[in-house]
Structures are given as C-alpha cells and as structure tokens.
Design a protein around this ligand. Structure first.
Ligand code: NDP
Ligand code: OXD
Length: 311
C-alpha cells in the first residue's frame, strides 16, 4: 500500500493520478482508514513530525521534491532507502528559469529598467554572450541541463562540483580548493547545489566579493536551489552597496518571504515564490508508479539519496 503525505500541494490530485497509474495497487491518504502496518511506500513533501508513526513495514520513502535537505532533517526518519524525484519536465522548467534569468541579466535589464524609470536614453551595448561568463554551482541533474542549454546560446560556461565532470564546452572546477578560481572568473553565478552542511550559507558577502566585476553594474547571483544557501542580509547589503549588480532569488531563508524583508523593495532583486520548477503530478505519477513497480519486481532503484553525502 502507498501512503501520500503531501503538504502545500494538491494531494488529492496526486492520489488520483497515482491510483490510475498503479491500477489495483492501493493508494491511501492521511485521514483514510488504513492499518499503518500495511504501508510499504510513502510519498512525502514537507512531512509532519508524526508522518512515519506506526509504519513498521515501510520499505521505501519517495520524495516528491528533487531536494531532500528538509526530509533528511526529519526527527523520525525511518532507516529505509529514499528515492528522490528526477524528471525531464522538472529539469526543463528549471532550465527555463535559469536561461530566462541569465539572459535578462546578460542584457543588463536592471540598468535599462533604471534608465526607463528616469526617462534616460543611454545607448549602452550589452556584451556579446561569449564575453559573459556564467558560473554554475552544482553540476548534477539540474546544473548539467542548465549548462547544456546555455552553451548553445553562446555563453561562456563554467561549473563547480564536488567531483570532476566532463561536459563539452563547460570548464569544470572541483572542490573547495578550486572555488575561488571558479568565482574569480564568473559574472553571473547560478546556484543549483543541494543544501548540505558544506553548502549552507555559501551565497554570502565573502563569495560575492570574489566574483569578477566585468558586467555593467556588477556581478549577479541567481539562486534556484534553497534559501539556506543564502545570507539574505548579505545579499541586501551587496545589492545596495554595488558589490552585486542584481540578484534573482526563487528561494528564501524563510518561506513565504516575510512581508518585512528588505529584499522586496530592492529594484535589482528579482523575486519569485519558489516556482522555478514544480514537481508536476502527471509526470510525478508516472515516475513514482514506475519506481514502485520496479521495486516490487526486485529491480535496482535509481536516484537513491545518499544519506552520508546529504543529497
Ligand atoms: P543533484 O544531486 O543531481 O546535483 C547536485 C550537484 O551539486 C552535484 O553536481 C554535486 O557534485 C554538487 N555538490 C554537492 N555538494 C557539493 C559541494 N560541497 N561542493 C561542490 N559541489 C557540490 O541535484 P539536482 O541537480 O537534482 O538538484 C539541485 C537542487 O535544486 C536540489 O537539491 C534542490 O534543493 C533544488 N531544487 C529547487 C527547485 C525549485 O523550484 N527552486 C526545484 C528542484 C530542485 P557531485 O556531482 O560531484 O556529486
Ligand atoms: C524541489 C523543490 O526540491 O521544488 O523539488 O524545491
């Protein structure tokens, strides 16, 4: 039996689609009458503290999110394998967001927006795409796709990961020892890292000061990963004193972003409410029903979270 424990999303819609995909295999939701001992699989998003109570025969945890940082901090997480969402549709949506933000900043949108507000006509020409270096932090499923979409657009792309990667047209940097070199040649910094103890707070003043100052207005950050990666007080200060030229933020230290956050009022801070890439229930139902079918057939699991690594 599969139990759904999905907060802040259309759980009923997910249940309907999963039931259709799984045929006669039973799908239940919180509040339905069922024996917790019958649950073999649980699909979770923002699980409550008691989410796993009584699930004595649980075999697999399915994460509706690609990111599992919050799930890994659950105080009563059962010691069974965890499979996270990896999906072409989600990846495409994330790359759409990254390409949109990078292109907007490369074309100096903040500058022309300010000029328009001031009714000022100044013909400043944006650099050629190849002159703009986009640095992607995290070269996993999402970082790799974003890199592969930016390269054909003509951008100079570099990326930073924990272990070496070879992607045609992308200059790779690895580990702590190469972080400064990576930052030092980057105009637009895109964060697609998982949130782990090593990556928490990585978007801070010290990082911003290491970025290359070639783009008109200053370097730019784009954070579509997790709010825990960023120090929002540092971002607000950096946008105001010119250390950063602009920031596109989809995620925040506290979500929803509190109404009194100074970020709301900063013209060159581009805020979206954690919508860069949703887990769509149609593709999600296909993916997770396949995971369950494979697991029941004794086939190997893919996209299993490495608890030691934290992602
Ligand atoms: P992956 O696990 O596929 O990739 C993670 C990448 O980060 C890998 O390249 C990994 O290196 C690298 N990495 C991890 N730790 C470090 C470190 N300490 N130093 C350098 N590199 C490191 O994740 P995804 O690409 O699938 O997703 C990334 C994140 O995006 C998710 O964790 C989630 O938080 C966020 N996300 C946000 C969404 C939104 O709507 N805003 C939607 C979906 C995801 P290596 O390859 O060497 O292991
Ligand atoms: C995810 C997210 O991790 O939506 O999938 O943030």
């Amino acid at each position: 039996m599969l139990l759904l424990h999905l907060a802040d999303v259309d759980e009923a819609g997910w249940a309907k689609r999963l039931q259709a995909a799984l045929g006669s295999y039973p799908v239940v939701r919180r509040g339905d009458g069922f024996d917790p001992a019958d649950i073999r699989y649980i699909l979770v998003w923002k699980p409550a503290p008691d989410a796993f109570e009584g699930l004595s025969n649980l075999e697999l945890i399915l994460s509706m999110g690609a990111g599992v940082d919050a799930l890994l901090k659950h105080p009563a997480l059962p010691p069974v394998p965890m499979v996270r969402f990896v999906d072409e549709d989600l990846t495409q949506r994330m790359s759409d967001y990254v390409v949109a933000q990078v292109t907007m900043h490369h074309r100096l949108q903040s500058r022309f927006q300010a000029d328009q507000k001031a009714r000022r006509w100044v013909q400043l020409y944006p650099p050629a795409a190849a002159e703009t270096v986009v640095g992607i932090m995290g070269l996993g499923v999402l970082g790799q796709d974003a890199a592969e979409r930016l390269v054909p657009l003509g951008f100079t792309v570099r990326a930073w990961s924990r272990t070496p990667k070879a992607i045609p047209g992308v200059e790779g940097f690895v580990g702590e020892e190469q972080l400064d070199a990576f930052l030092g040649g980057t105009d637009i910094l895109v964060n697609l890292l998982p949130l782990t103890p090593q990556t928490t707070g990585i978007l801070n003043t010290d990082t911003f000061r290491k970025l290359r100052r070639r783009l008109d207005g200053g370097p730019v950050i784009v954070n579509a990963a997790r709010g825990g990666h960023q120090r929002e007080a540092d971002i607000a200060a950096a946008l105001q004193d010119g250390t950063l030229g602009a920031a596109s933020l989809d995620v925040f230290e506290i979500e929803p972003l509190p109404v009194d956050s100074p970020l709301w009022d900063i013209a060159n801070c581009y805020i979206t409410p954690h919508i860069a890439a949703i887990s769509h229930p149609d593709t999600g139902a296909r993916y997770f029903s396949q995971v369950i079918a494979d697991h029941r057939a004794g086939k190997p699991l893919h996209n299993v979270v490495d608890r030691g690594r934290g992602y």
